[in-house]
Design a binder for this molecule. Structure first.
Ligand SMILES: Cc1cc2nc3c(=O)[nH]c(=O)nc-3n(C[C@H](O)[C@H](O)[C@H](O)COP(=O)(O)OP(=O)(O)OC[C@H]3O[C@@H](n4cnc5c(N)ncnc54)[C@H](O)[C@@H]3O)c2cc1C
Length: 487
């Protein structure tokens, strides 16, 4: 019996675990370790954050799903990996600390034959003084609980607007190195929609504050589309949406500090500014989960497996070189950890070789560099591909070739809702192929294939977003036919 341990039950880890069980049958043991008892469909946290969905609509308990799938579930946080085993045991293992009610803090060591690290992001609110809902002055929509709190504060702001008080609402990124600008963009337009629905739009100033150097960058260096025969850019497309909805933007900004009603930030020209706010939702920068690694003799080898950011080093080309020399082939394909053939990292947990957007520095030396997004679709595809590789190696031996899911060869779809309602809703739907531009292969279309790169906004986008919500929750619950729903 082979033991596969999956760390994380998010998009990449959960997808990997379900596919492993499907591919391996019940002869081998699949264990999922995750600190949360519930699965969360994170994209719909946006709707929880504006009060259009409840927390219960975007989460469900994992234990019954795993029990049905005969997957062992350990509700715990992984803290350390022993890739070469320990002094007394040559088999690889991972140390976990329980988060289960009644067993909090209890430690366990799980032995594995194959390990998938799919621990997603650590939300690094601490990177900016005063950022975030835990003792800071801003809200977040990164978790369902954060989104519930965001919705409460938004309601309070709308109540003040209704009583005639003018309010300033700021949505965006809380640090120069944040990612996930698409989520901040989406929340901005959902808030804008709520303000209009409440009849108070005229009294509210809505500001999008971002580390992107220009609108429509989304951390992927923007996109070029062909629409009705004309070339359009995501910048023009996004700018026209901002103009139409009266949303002001602050671009190329690194937030350095937040006081109870004031955001301090620096812009690309090196100037420093303050912005008053009454309500602010600012995303944190992401880091790796903070796992450590130890050799058999107990010496620490974390730097062999992890980049300084805490993300896991995989089969990417991490050679430091100038932006102009970055190529699509630098990006990982198989997500194997070099030197540790039984360990893989999928989803946000792997260390990207470099940004996709051009990183910039202010004259004061402050980095303003959107980190590359690793969105749901590529994360799911990585999880599936890693599961396929492991299943093949279990069945056919260690030389079975690895499956590939390079972000330079796969596309992504992002449907950013800009208001809910079956008749009044709308969404900006964007697809890009590939996610990481390949300027050698597609020199005349900004590194991407025009056939797979599009942008559109309208009511149908809202229906697509709603359909994705139900479809992916259905899939994550492993209900009949789940495997036919694409990642
Ligand atoms: C507000 C918001 C909206 C978004 N909207 C979209 C969208 O519309 N479309 C889209 O494609 N993407 C969207 N994304 C991005 C999407 O959520 C991520 O791409 C996706 O969740 C990444 O999958 P993952 O498995 O790598 O990480 P996650 O889904 O975050 O999963 C990580 C898992 O690891 C667990 N974990 C953490 N630490 C440990 C540990 N030490 N040990 C064990 N387990 C651990 C976590 O509990 C979790 O189960 C959005 C993100 C945000 C924040």
């Amino acid at each position: 019996m082979v033991r596969v341990v999956v760390l994380g039950a998010g998009v990449a880890g959960h997808t990997a675990a379900l596919h492993l069980r499907r591919l391996l049958g019940t002869r081998h043991k699949v264990t999922v370790v995750s600190p949360n008892s519930h699965w969360n469909w994170i994209p719909s946290n946006i709707w929880v954050g504006v009060g259009e969905m409840t927390k219960e609509q975007v989460i469900f308990p994992l234990a019954p799903i795993y029990a049905k799938q005969k997957i062992d579930f350990v509700q715990a946080r992984a803290v350390a990996i022993h890739p070469n085993g320990t002094k007394d045991d040559p088999v690889g293992s991972v140390d976990v600390v329980s988060t289960e009610a009644g067993r909090e803090g209890q430690e366990r060591r799980l032995r594995y034959d194959f390990l998938i690290n799919a621990t997603g992001p650590k939300l690094r609110f601490e990177a900016t003084e005063g950022l975030g809902p835990h003792g800071g002055h801003t809200v977040s929509v990164c978790t369902a609980d954060h989104a519930v709190e965001a919705s409460k504060q938004l309601d309070a702001t709308i109540a003040k607007l209704k009583s005639g008080q003018r309010q300033i609402l700021v949505v965006g990124t809380g640090h120069g190195t944040c990612t996930c600008e698409g989520a901040a963009f989406e929340y901005t337009f959902n808030v804008e929609h709520q303000l209009r629905q409440a009849g108070v739009r005229d009294k509210a100033q809505l500001i999008y504050l971002t580390n992107e150097a220009q609108l429509g960058d989304f951390g992927v260096d923007g996109m070029a589309f062909k629409q009705k025969g004309f070339e359009q850019s995501s910048r023009m497309w996004t700018e026209s949406l901002f103009n139409e909805r009266g949303v002001h933007s602050i671009l190329g900004a690194h937030v350095s500090k937040i006081e109870p009603d004031t955001i301090h930030y620096e812009t690309l020209d090196g100037k420093t500014w303050t912005q008053h706010f009454d309500f602010a939702m600012l995303l944190p920068p992401f880091g790796g989960a903070g796992l450590k690694a130890f050799d058999r003799d107990g010496s620490e080898i974390t730097d062999q497996l992890f980049a300084p950011s805490g993300f896991m080093k995989v089969d990417a080309d991490y050679t430091a070189k100038p932006y102009e020399q970055w190529v699509a082939a630098d990006w990982p394909k198989t997500y194997e950890v070099p030197g540790f053939p039984r360990i893989f990292a999928a989803g946000i947990a792997f260390a990207p070789p470099h940004q996709i957007s051009r990183p910039r520095k202010t004259p004061n030396g402050t980095m303003i560099a959107p980190a590359p997004p690793r969105t749901g679709m590529p994360s799911g595809m990585m999880g599936k591909s890693v599961a396929q590789t492991i299943a093949d190696r279990i069945k056919h031996g260690p030389d079975a070739p690895a499956h590939e899911a390079s972000m330079a060869r796969i596309g992504a779809a992002c449907v950013a809702s800009s208001g809910t309602g079956m008749l009044k809703g709308s969404a900006a739907a964007m697809t890009m192929f590939p996610v990481v531009p390949n300027y050698q292969k597609y020199p005349d279309s900004h590194g991407r294939n025009f056939n797979g790169t599009r942008g559109d906004i309208g009511l149908y986008g809202h229906w697509v977003k709603l359909m994705l919500h139900y479809l992916f929750i259905y899939k994550a619950k492993a209900l009949p036919g789940w495997q036919f729903i694409p990642e």
